[in-house]
Design a binder for this molecule. Structure first.
Ligand code: NAP
Length: 266
């Protein structure tokens, strides 16, 4: 399916966390649109297999860049990537989430979450985005989360890191308007990918919103890029995010979320 994004931005699309889930869906749509791909992930086998499959199906140049984005050497690595490739579209997708009480998660895990969800997003956006801004052409997507809009019990630090991505994208969207560089934050609700599947949640809730697949999240974001600063991809999540973050007082919202998450965790 042609989305017209390769025609608009050109070059390679760099997708982080591309091996699985939402990142894999982004990579698949972008290959079909005609982008050459830089697939960044720490899962060597899955990333290499995906690069081979997308090359075979679409005849594009797809490269597996196997790398841990939480590594302290990321700035140097990102500079190398920016110099070696013309990146027309950057998708900051890789992120980790840990659903547990704040003080039961180790400080080390909180810091690793900060390194990936915030520090890596900042570095790639700065280093690769600066070249786009110089050239007056490019697109940047940051995968945030619906939890960024309200904060979330049991996801306290995760939701805070996702608020960083949401606000970074919103500010840049405005600052870069008219320069040829488009920016979007996409804020998915619960999506049917491995981190959610691994938690075996009890979904028997009064207002349970069915899980979205990763494909509508990626496709929605690609279609919204250049048109608006943020996107909550599904109607159900838009209703819930609108109700919870805009209409109800924050204290009520957090109480509802706490009761739902406690029931889901069993
Ligand atoms: N799923 C949801 O319900 C949901 C909702 C809202 C927002 N999001 C956001 O959407 C994004 C994608 O989530 P997903 O559910 O698709 O995740 P996923 O299925 O776990 O895929 C993420 C990929 O990123 C890789 N990765 C993780 N840490 C990395 C690192 N330090 N360096 C390089 N690669 C790394 C993972 O490898 P490993 O397997 O080795 O970790 C995995 O291949 C995340 O930013 C997440 O916060 C997800």
């Amino acid at each position: 399916m042609k989305l017209g994004l390769h025609a608009r931005y050109g070059g390679y699309a760099l997708v982080t966390g591309a091996a699985r889930g939402i990142g894999r869906a982004f990579a698949t749509y972008l290959a079909a649109d005609g982008f050459d791909l830089l697939l960044v992930d720490r899962e060597a086998d899955e990333t290499t297999a995906l690069a081979k499959a997308l090359h075979a199906e679409h005849g594009i140049d797809a490269r597996a860049l196997v790398y841990d984005l939480a590594d302290p050497g990321l700035a140097t690595k990102a500079q190398e990537w920016a110099e070696a490739y013309e990146v027309g579209l950057l998708v900051n997708n890789a992120g980790i989430s840990v659903l547990d009480p704040f003080f039961e998660i180790s400080l080390e895990t909180h810091l690793a979450t900060l390194d990936l969800n915030c520090r890596a997003t900042l570095m790639l956006t700065y280093i690769i985005g600066k070249k786009m801004a110089r050239q007056g052409r490019g697109g940047i997507i940051i995968v945030s989360s619906a939890s960024a809009m309200s904060g979330s019990p049991y996801f306290c630090h995760y939701a805070a890191t996702k608020g960083y991505g949401l606000n970074l994208a919103a500010g840049l969207w405005s600052e870069l308007q008219g320069t040829g560089v488009d920016v979007l934050a996409v804020c998915p609700g619960m999506t049917d990918t491995k981190p959610v599947q691994d938690q075996a949640l009890d979904k028997d809730l009064p207002f349970y919103i069915p899980l979205t697949g990763p494909e509508p999240v990626a496709l929605g974001a690609l279609r919204a890029l250049g048109k608006q600063p943020t996107l909550v991809p599904t109607f159900a999540d838009r209703m819930s995010a609108g109700l919870l973050s805009k209409l109800l007082p924050r204290g009520w919202t957090l109480s509802i979320m706490k009761r739902s998450i406690e029931k889901m965790r069993g």
